[in-house]
Design a binder for this molecule. Structure first.
Ligand code: GLU
Length: 488
């Protein structure tokens, strides 16, 4: 296979919902590949058997399909470099085979230390976690001792052998060359005692043997990358282009976590966000185009995505901004599609016989997420209790007296009116307005108040009356008259 072709991979560990940070890595990997006409691969990293969550692989497939991040190769699409699931790759013996090659080169060694001995080692805090630094005790074992231990079935791990002197340099596309002292790198485990490789080892073997050219991942992996570089060098392999992404934080500049309530794709979907808006928003978490444009379809992202424009500064997940963006997608949506998605939210509120498509059209430009629908339309189902002060409107030149007069005046006309379509009602009221030589609002304001009991409504008076129908409209006008009469 030609290695000139850009090949990227999304390599999730199936540990639960799809975190926004993971979806961003997947999206950027997808965009880098597709922008260059390359291949995007899905690899399941399930070597940490203790962290596996049932159903998580399904979540990965579902999310990728829904978001349109369609892989060219993966467990379900063989591209000739499989298996694409690390536990299955392990069964082929590939990791052990490569680990043994490193042992032969003196770049790795068997370690038989038991828990008790490891517990006595001094520990260091690395990336906020306390880890014990291995003291290379087993590096001095003779060939015979190793053979004897192995023959006796003694549990072992294989560790990377990192010299105490010298430095290691690797390159990240965004951070440039990074050089670290070897003394700061611990002899990490490559093969665990259960025979599984660690992520640290498997990612190198897999990215190389699967011809991956660009690796995008969170910058929590930045500090381990020198160790990976040493593995590539030891094998004599070229390392892929690394792109480590900035941290995603919440509004308080803390790492975006479950506590925020919107840290995963599934959370966002449950909160009523549209898939397209989520993908669009996530694309901008750390990346921006030259012209600061914000609304992108996936195809436009493919066209415009330039990974050299990814920022190193932390990206703040701003739910208010996402809501705004979602609202833009709602507005742009085709009316039928909008109705289809809005219907269940509308039906949760409206049980009366009403033209629900008209209800949907009325709220379409006013909501940011579907659950917003409720607060905009619940007055249609039941007239809320309201304060008659609402009839007082300076600009419309209305007060309680004028409102009462208009409502009493208009009631018989509404009773006589047969056609309750928006247009017919509007024509009838316009006639009344002309007759009385008053401003539109002088009549519409009290009527709208009486039929809605709300200060702001998603439609004008006649639109609401059309939805409510004759009987309900008249009942509400009467109610308004009754309330006003008690006060004036
Ligand atoms: N399995 C790793 C994770 O889910 C992947 C990291 C990488 O992309 O190399 O964090």
């Amino acid at each position: 296979m030609s290695t000139d072709k850009i090949r990227t991979r999304y390599a999730p560990s199936p540990t639960g919902r799809m975190h926004v940070g993971n979806l961003r890595s997947a999206l950027y990997e997808f965009l880098i590949a597709k922008h260059a006409g390359g291949d995007f691969m899905l690899r399941i990293e399930d070597t940490d058997q203790e962290r596996l969550v049932e159903g998580a692989v399904d979540i990965i497939y579902r999310t990728m399909e829904k978001t349109g991040l369609i892989h060219d190769e993966g467990p379900d699409k063989d591209g000739g470099v499989g298996p694409y699931v690390q536990s299955e790759r392990m069964k082929t013996g590939i990791y052990m085979e490569y680990a043994k090659k490193l042992v032969e080169k003196g770049e790795a060694y068997y370690c038989f230390c038991d828990k008790e001995r490891l517990a006595t080692l001094k520990s260091e805090v690395v990336e906020g976690k306390e880890i014990s630094v291995y003291d290379k005790h087993c590096l001095s074992l003779s060939k015979e001792e190793i053979e004897a231990n192995l023959a006796a079935g003694k549990p072992f791990v294989i560790r990377q052998n990192i010299p105490n002197e010298g430095t290691t340099t690797f390159r990240d596309e965004l951070y440039g060359d990074i050089t670290v002292e070897n003394a700061e790198l611990d002899d990490m485990i490559l093969i665990k005692s259960d025979g599984y490789p660690t992520y640290n080892f498997a990612n190198v073997v897999d990215d190389h043997t699967m011809n991956i050219t660009h690796v995008v991942r969170g910058n929590e992996y930045l500090s381990s990358s020198p160790k990976y570089q040493r593995l590539y060098d030891a094998f004599g392999w070229k390392s892929p282009t690394y792109i480590h992404l900035p941290l995603i934080t919440d509004e308080n500049h803390k790492k975006l976590s479950k506590r925020s309530g919107h840290s995963s794709f599934e959370d966002l979907i449950e909160q009523g966000f549209l898939t397209e808006a989520i993908v669009n928003y996530i694309a901008l978490l750390g990346w921006s185009p030259e012209d600061n444009r914000e609304i992108f379809t996936l195809d436009e992202l493919i066209r415009d995505f330039d990974y050299t424009r990814i920022s190193k500064s932390p990206a703040v997940f701003d739910i208010v901004k996402l809501r705004w963006m979602n609202g833009e997608y709602m507005k742009a949506m085709d009316a039928d599609k909008f109705y289809e998605m809005a219907e269940p939210f509308i039906k949760e509120v409206i049980t009366k016989d009403m033209d629900l498509k008209k209800v949907a059209n009325m709220v379409k430009t006013r909501i940011e997420v579907f659950p917003d629908i409720k607060e905009h339309i619940d007055f249609l189902e039941t007239l809320p209790e309201y304060d008659t002060e609402m009839y007082v409107h300076k600009k419309m030149k209305t007060n309680k007296e004028t409102s009462l007069a208009v409502l009493e005046d208009i009631l018989p006309r509404l009773e006589a009116q047969e056609d309750y379509s928006n247009d017919a009602l509007y024509a009838m009221l316009s006639e009344y307005v002309a007759e009385k030589e008053v401003k539109n609002g002088y009549v519409m304001w009290p009527i709208r108040t009486a039929v809605s009991g709300k200060q702001t409504t998603p439609g004008g008076a006649t639109e609401l009356m059309e939805l409510l129908g004759k009987d309900e409209t008249i009942a509400r006008i009467r109610k308004g008259i009754e309330l006003l009469k008690a006060e004036v």
